[in-house]
Design a protein around this ligand. Structure first.
Ligand SMILES: NC(=O)c1ccc[n+]([C@@H]2O[C@H](COP(=O)([O-])OP(=O)(O)OC[C@H]3O[C@@H](n4cnc5c(N)ncnc54)[C@H](OP(=O)(O)O)[C@@H]3O)[C@@H](O)[C@H]2O)c1
Length: 296
């Protein structure tokens, strides 16, 4: 599989597998390991996590599977996130991007994932209470101690990216964004343009709109499904998820879609989309179908 070079010493597989829903699947450790190996056999070596996924349980489920075959760790890249604190009896949901919180969160992620380093740490969401100097200082500390190799953000708009990066001594390497043919906001508001300006490849979360595109009954979902079927027929796709992935891959920003599926055949469909090619008109047909009108 094609690889995307994020820095001189870090590359990701073009497709990434995500663990947000891992706890919902109720997989045994063996079945989780089997899915990880299935993805890796197809060249998907990058795995996306967050401290909070599954109510703080998904990293451990993945780490338990990895513990069955520790040698896999050195053939994969692990991404995790921090900064969101889920509600508890004591405190409401909030964000925390202070140095002590970031460092404690990473140390817990290392224990959960049964590893001694994270390849990429992301701040999960922009924090209106962020002290960027302190956040950047936490990154320096984690880099110096070898616990995290590189840093990025998720869901940051242009100004939030620039603010944090202006306090850093090394560059942010990616922005993980909601990007799909169904959700166009980041295509339209300059967020993706900043990635292109900075020459950084974005990671795309919910590339299939969280699955809602397959059964959504709203006008947009129905319209988009129809167009995806038509374009899919033209390009020889077997299913519309292949077309959704091909649409993202075709964009010049080197988007890295994160597959959220629990099923091997759906991982295979993502990989197959790399062989499909949309022409200019087909790309715009899907865009306009999602917009519900022609470009001006
Ligand atoms: N940074 C952030 O704020 C953020 C937010 C959300 C997610 N993420 C990351 O992005 C990853 C992917 O997000 P996602 O899970 O929403 O991705 P997605 O690929 O858009 O959605 C996956 C969901 O769609 C379902 N699905 C896939 N193909 C289908 C089909 N043909 N028919 C019906 N349902 C289908 C899957 O069910 P099956 O399991 O049955 O295939 C799964 O429940 C997450 O795991 C996480 O790592 C990040």
């Amino acid at each position: 599989m094609e690889r995307i070079q994020l820095t001189d010493d870090l590359s990701f597989s073009r497709f990434i597998h995500g663990s947000w829903r891992l706890a919902d699947w109720q997989y045994s450790t063996k079945k989780t390991l089997d899915l990880i190996e299935h993805a890796m056999d197809r060249g998907i070596t990058t795995f996306d996590h967050a401290d909070i996924y599954g109510g703080y349980t998904c990293e451990t489920l993945f780490g338990d599977a990895l513990n069955e075959k520790p040698s896999l760790r050195y053939q994969m890249e692990l991404v995790t996130k921090c900064g969101i604190v889920l509600p508890s009896e004591q405190r409401p949901k909030h964000y925390n991007t202070t140095k002590p919180h970031i460092i404690a969160s990473v140390e817990q992620s290392l224990r959960n994932l049964r590893t001694d380093y994270i390849d990429l740490l992301l701040i999960h969401r922009p924090d209106p209470f962020m002290d960027p100097h302190e956040t950047a200082d936490a990154f320096v500390r984690l880099k110096e101690t070898g616990k995290v190799r590189h840093f990025g953000v998720s869901n940051f708009k242009d100004h939030q990216w620039r603010m944090l990066e202006s306090h850093m001594t090394f560059p942010l390497v990616t922005n993980q964004l909601e990007l799909s043919a169904y959700h166009l906001e980041n295509f339209e508001d300059g967020t993706l343009n900043l990635c292109q300006e900075k020459r950084i490849a974005p990671m795309a979360w919910s590339p299939l709109a969280g699955g809602s595109i397959f059964n959504g009954t709203d006008e947009k979902a129905i319209r988009l499904r129809q167009t995806l079927q038509e374009v899919g027929h033209e390009i020889g796709a077997d299913r519309i998820d292949e077309v959704l992935y091909a649409w993202l891959i075709r964009h010049p920003a080197q988007i890295m879609p994160i597959i959220g599926s629990s099923k091997k055949e759906r991982i295979d469909a993502a990989v197959k989309s790399l062989d499909l090619s949309l022409n200019h008109d087909q790309w715009f047909a899907i865009l306009q179908s999602s917009m519900g009108h022609s470009v001006p």
